[in-house]
Design a protein around this ligand. Structure first.
Ligand SMILES: O=C([C@@H]1CCCNC1)N1CCCCC1
Length: 327
């Protein structure tokens, strides 16, 4: 029975968190993403102009999955595509002897420019893996029957290294009880229902909550437009800046805490997490950590929320569930 733990290192402004993964005989830094289901990385097959500065997977240690290819486009329109190999993957001591590795032969500029990241490790449900003609399993699905318990946990922190564990829940990482809620896997995400919101101007309480996904690969907290509007109505100097594509606020502001009710329990995001980052280096205007989820179809509980809690992604029972506890 395998268990393991790996660090989650924050990038600038906690824009993403990267973890070391051994693939074949390379160690790469991957962005663990509970909002997608492809394990892809830059490779010796990637064009040099796209892969400069990145760690590369060398497929010579793997076995090509003949005729298999992949092509993914993320919600922000970033994209990558390539072919597929089976190779050994080790995450925090947990080993998948034959994991589908999606070697990139093309990536969009967002990935080229993010030189700290060598690729993504998807932790959503394998039903949305993009490999054709036959989708393959995520790392978690590949190893889950070998784990002491079919769970992984997420302990992200503001401006500090957090961790992912596989196969066990670490009781030293949270306080109080874990609140579990059911997960709807129909869209392939860790999708749940939030009960309601409060905090900020006119208390941002909409009374009702809504459908949301837990997404470690998304930096911010995307909420119903009415909730985001209500929250910032209480923040001096905050406004919706259509040129920036969202709410901005003075970097000098200390916004109010924001509360989310899930499973009858309230979890608090400290206001400081919502003064997210300067629009550009040196700017005194900052981009808000809460934004409207308009056009997405559901809310996205990204890192701004996840770094305020300990989260348990549990597929050990008859149906998947999400657990949240205070950090
Ligand atoms: O592409 C994404 C995100 C992008 C950031 C990284 N996680 C996956 N989706 C999640 C939200 C719905 C649309 C698809």
């Amino acid at each position: 029975c395998q268990t393991g733990e790996v660090a989650a290192d924050p990038q600038l402004y906690d824009q993403s968190y990267l973890s070391p993964v051994t693939i074949g005989n390379s160690e790469l830094m991957l962005d663990f993403d509970t909002g997608s289901a492809d394990l892809w990385c830059f490779s010796t097959e990637s064009p040099a102009v796209q892969s400069a500065g990145h760690g590369l997977y060398n497929p010579s240690t793997g076995t090509e999955l003949d005729g298999a290819f992949w092509d993914i486009t993320y919600g922000d329109q970033s994209a990558a595509s390539g072919n597929v190999f089976a190779d050994k993957v080790v995450v925090g001591g947990v080993t998948a002897t034959k994991q589908a590795i999606e070697a990139a032969t093309s990536v969009s500029y967002e990935f080229t420019e993010d030189v700290a990241s060598d690729g993504l490790l998807g932790l959503a449900f394998s039903s949305i893996n993009t490999i054709l003609p036959q989708p393959q399993t995520t790392f978690f699905d590949t190893v889950r029957n070998t784990l002491a318990k079919a769970v992984f946990t997420v302990d992200l922190k503001k401006g500090a290294a957090g961790s992912y564990t596989f196969g066990y829940i670490d009781s030293s990482k949270y306080s109080g009880a874990i609140t579990y809620v059911p997960v709807n896997t129909a869209n392939g995400f860790w999708q749940f229902t939030a009960d309601g919101y409060s905090g900020g101007g006119n208390n941002a309480s909409t009374g009702r909550g809504g459908v949301a996904i837990a997404d470690t690969g998304t930096s911010l907290l995307y909420l119903p437009a009415s909730v985001a509007k209500g929250y910032y109505s209480g923040v001096q100097g905050a406004s919706f800046d259509f040129r920036q594509g969202g709410y901005t606020l003075p970097c000098s502001a200390t916004p109010p805490d924001f509360n989310v009710a899930i499973g009858g329990k309230t979890f608090t995001v400290p206001g400081s997490y919502i003064n997210y980052a300067p629009l550009r280096a040196g700017s005194s205007t900052c981009f808000g950590g809460i934004q409207a989820d308009s056009g997405i179809g559901f809310s996205i509980f990204g890192d701004v929320f996840l770094k305020a809690v300990y989260a348990i992604f549990d597929d050990s029972g008859s149906s998947p569930k999400l657990g949240f506890a205070a950090q």
